[in-house]
Write a protein that binds this ligand. Structure first.
Ligand code: DOR
Ligand code: ZN
Ligand code: ZN
Length: 426
């Protein structure tokens, strides 16, 4: 079917056209033409989507989500996770391997790929664990995983998006080094969950020691390294150093780290704000915002980590770590960063779509003729209140419960197909 998204303000074009109104003409899953508003590029058999007053952005690319399948589908499954993504304007996700069992072999990667093929159309790029069963000792069969026949392979040329032990760190530096050598040889990026398990995560060094170690290992091996959920000022200084060394080094943060501080977790009772790494101080939050501006932080990802209400209702010490984020990331980032004048709209789109697509080697994340029509239409003038109970995700554990934000996703397309439309049942 032919479609035309009319009269939206188009961002993420990578050229001077960005921010201007226009019409996007879509055929065969691809953006065929971008015209001035109101031009009749073609007329027959066309579904028109009115984007007047809205932004049109390249579909968001979230490098860091937990979809819990196989093993914990009461928290989330791939179909519900994809629905949540679509509702958040996210058209590509990388799903982390800390499932039950861990995504450490071809069989599980193929299972994830198959489930994703039956979901709503969000591109699910699996991340495999670094070690077998996430035991921290035996590196997985990287070549087999690389060759795995998945949608990820069609989109990036390799069967898995990345290797990561997310949820924990590979504490043995020799094992990490050996994995990075193999990853380098195959051209697979390593996504690092930076936590020294010998030190309390509450202290910034709990994060920074592994940030430093993995930067040094990236220097030694030449492996492309992406650092997950960066939350401290000290980590940012280390990343600046690594980037000055000219390494293939990128880093992400998540909306809660540039929005909330530990002061927002009143008396350690608010399990909705319990995550790993934890919320930090005001100085860290400010440093994270500045690092998003200056590019030290390349990417905003969510670390979407759904858990059941019963689990989050336990006493603080017993509740699991993790917060959901797929459906609120754009609105929180727009409200906190663009409306406050920290990022321009173009910079926001770069952090949430263009740059993560580049890290994956994905030919997406920009709105241009000839590119796949992965798009989100977002009403940035619409203000609303975030409520966990309204989310499509099975996880209702948002750290932004009750927060007023601007930016409602009204329609999401993947490969030219409408995969979400506000008000329509999934
Ligand atoms: O808060 C977190 N939740 N941090 C992690 O590292 C893992 C994640 C999860 O899987 O729930
Ligand atoms: Zn992590
Ligand atoms: Zn994670």
């Amino acid at each position: 079917m032919k479609r035309c998204i009319r009269n939206g303000q188009i961002y993420g074009t990578g050229n001077s056209r960005s921010g201007k109104p226009g019409d996007i003409w879509i055929q065969g899953g691809v953006i065929e033409k971008i015209t001035e508003p109101g031009e009749a590029f073609w007329q027959e058999d066309t579904e028109y989507i009115d984007a007047g007053g809205c932004w049109v952005v390249p579909g968001l690319v979230d490098l860091h989500v937990h979809f819990r399948e196989p093993g914990q589908t009461e928290k989330e499954d791939i179909a519900s996770g994809c629905r949540a993504a679509a509702a958040g304007g996210v058209t590509t996700v990388c799903c982390m391997p800390n499932t039950k069992p861990a995504a450490d072999c071809e069989e599980i990667i193929r299972l994830i790929d198959e489930k994703a093929g039956n979901a709503c159309g969000v591109h699910v790029l699996p991340v495999a664990s670094i070690t077998v069963g996430m035991n921290g000792k035996t590196v997985v069969n990287t070549r087999k995983l690389y060759n795995c026949d998945t949608q990820c392979k069609e989109l990036t040329g390799r069967g898995i998006a990345a290797l990561s032990e997310d949820g924990r760190s590979v504490m043995d530096s020799a094992v990490m080094e050996s994995a990075m050598v193999q990853a380098r040889d195959l051209g697979i990026p390593v996504f690092s969950h930076t936590e020294d398990h010998a030190i309390t995560a509450e202290s910034p060094e709990g994060e920074e020691i592994i940030v430093a170690r993995d930067i040094l290992l990236a220097k030694k091996t030449g492996c492309p390294l992406h650092l997950c959920h960066i939350s401290t000022k000290g980590s940012l200084d280390l990343i600046r150093l690594g980037k000055r060394w000219g390494l293939k080094l990128t880093a992400e943060t998540a909306p809660h780290y540039f929005t909330l501080t530990r002061e927002d977790t009143a008396n350690k009772t608010d399990t909705l704000r319990k995550m790993n790494p934890p919320l930090r101080g005001e100085e860290d939050r400010e440093a994270v915002r500045q690092a998003l501006k200056d590019g030290t932080l390349d990417v905003i990802a969510t670390d979407h980590a759904p858990h059941c209400p019963e689990e989050k209702q336990r006493p603080f010490a017993e509740a699991p770590f993790g917060v959901v984020g797929l459906e609120t990331s754009f609105a929180v980032a727009y409200t906190e960063l663009v409306k406050r004048g920290i990022l321009t709209p173009e910079e926001l789109v770069r952090r949430m779509s263009t740059k993560p697509a580049e890290i994956l080697g994905l030919r997406r994340g920009i709105i241009a003729e000839g590119y796949p029509a992965d798009l989100a239409v977002i009403d940035t003038q619409r203000e609303y209140t975030i409520h966990g109970e309204h989310l499509y995700s099975k996880g209702k554990n948002t750290p932004f419960e009750g927060k007023r934000v601007f930016g409602k996703v009204v329609c999401t397309l993947a490969d030219g197909n409408v995969i979400y439309r506000e008000g329509e049942e999934a």
